[in-house]
Write a protein that binds this ligand. Structure first.
Ligand SMILES: [Zn+2]
Length: 96
């Protein structure tokens, strides 16, 4: 089975850039729009933007007191289908 790769994320980003630029009033420079949590994959067929989970917990100091700050870690869930067009992603290869 060969599935043609899609350019959904590039297409949406490019269209969003045009529309968002119109919303900016006045003289500006270095206008940019980018996906948040974008992952670059060296090879393979993946969604470059995936849902994320955030894990948080509070550790204890040696004294037994809870630490002031929570420890937080983000974990990405890799999509099996393109969230834009629904195409099944072939995967394989890996994250850069
Ligand atoms: Zn797509």
């Amino acid at each position: 089975m060969t599935t043609e790769k899609c350019n959904c994320f590039e297409d949406v980003l490019n269209r969003a850039k045009v529309e968002l630029k119109k919303q900016v009033k006045g003289e500006i420079t270095e206008f940019d729009v980018r996906w948040m949590n974008y992952s670059f994959f060296l090879s393979g067929d993946y969604s470059p933007v995936n849902p994320q989970l955030e894990m948080s917990y509070r550790e204890f100091k040696r004294s037994g007191e809870p630490k002031v700050n929570l420890t937080k870690k983000q974990i990405s869930i890799t999509c099996s289908y393109c969230p834009m067009c629904g195409r099944e992603l072939a995967k394989t290869g890996g994250e850069a």
